[in-house]
Design a protein around this ligand. Sequence first.
Ligand SMILES: NC(=O)c1ccc[n+]([C@@H]2O[C@H](COP(=O)([O-])OP(=O)(O)OC[C@H]3O[C@@H](n4cnc5c(N)ncnc54)[C@H](O)[C@@H]3O)[C@@H](O)[C@H]2O)c1
Length: 381
Amino acid sequence: MKKVRIGVVGVGGMGQAHANSVKTNVKEAELVAVCDAEEKRAKEVGEKFGVRWFTDYKELIDSQIADAVIVATPHYFHPEISVYAMNKGLHVLSEKPIAVTVSQADTMIEAATKTKKVFCVMYQRRNWGIAVAAKKLIEAGKIGEIKRTLLIDPWYRAQAYYDSGLWRATWKGEGGGVLINQAPHMIDMFTWLAGLPKRFEAKVRTKLHNIEVEDEASVLLEYDNGAWGYYYTTTNEVPHIFYLEIAGDLGKIIINGDTLRFFENSVPVSKFTFENKSMWSSVETKEKTVRIPKKQATHAEIIKNFCRAIIKGEKLVAPGVEGINSVEFINAILLSGFKGKPVETPVNRKEYDRFLQEMIRKSKGKKTVRAQIETDPNFKK
Ligand SMILES: NC(=O)c1ccc[n+]([C@@H]2O[C@H](COP(=O)([O-])OP(=O)(O)OC[C@H]3O[C@@H](n4cnc5c(N)ncnc54)[C@H](O)[C@@H]3O)[C@@H](O)[C@H]2O)c1
């Protein structure tokens, strides 16, 4: 196969950007079709790109004109469409989060395992030079065993954003608020670097916006090895500068916005603490220069990698199966926040499904919407 024939399912803000990337920026791919549940949009976008258009994703997949689909619908549809596509022999690149619930995410992983199709998730931040450098340090054992973590990930969204679509910020349409929509990118990076915590003790609330789902979460974390951590996210704060720390026995990594700092200890803290006899002595620690690889954290780079994985077996930057970690993280926080009790991973599938159904049942939904379709201009293509 020279070029992967791609169909994009869901051509709202994000899907149109992906269709455009495939058409103009990915030499490994050919855009062959688009699909949108809204006929007018499907037709307009299909005609704009000069490709076949569909209103039913099954028809696109069954037509056999595509080798792969990019799924860019609202999150709830990601599992259903991805599983159908894989079972029909197509490779899948799903938008984030792969699913709203861990049980739905399980079905995608089962399908990918069974069909052996290439399954990728759009976590473009994994291709960010700073994240790649941090991952390399951790994997090389440079900070030693992880002892503490921190992620503060503040976002801002105006009420107009939430009012732009019926599905947004509702239990029924989206399955959560900031956690399921804005936070997954950094949660993926956090769990990719430091692992998935075992225990979550969360507080969640709707602090500022006129929405039924959470716009703020504050969480104490505990890892398998006993390390502690803290996580915070919101859509009520500016500027959007995140702060991430991973402290280990041998060193510390700090990522603050666009900078990475790495401190290396001369000896492990755990060893020094008992071997050194001087009362006021401390572990010597030095900041080291870290080479940041020149990489682009763009959607197009993930699409290119996905295509090369199909064409020549290139290793995936963001394997779809790893997309479950952010779903575990998010489900654990929501469940803990609403129960007012700690929750452990793996999240109890049945309990989470019951919880979400209950939230959907109690939901009042939305009455008025000032529809707007636009991709976040802050995201690089
Ligand atoms: N990776 C990123 O940086 C990034 C950025 C923005 C959005 N996203 C993700 O992309 C997805 C879409 O977000 P958006 O902002 O483009 O939303 P949007 O509302 O602008 O577009 C969604 C489109 O999907 C269509 N649709 C709904 N159900 C469908 C179905 N069953 N079959 C076919 N089409 C269907 C809708 O009609 C709409 O046109 C979300 O999961 C979101 O989390 C990812």
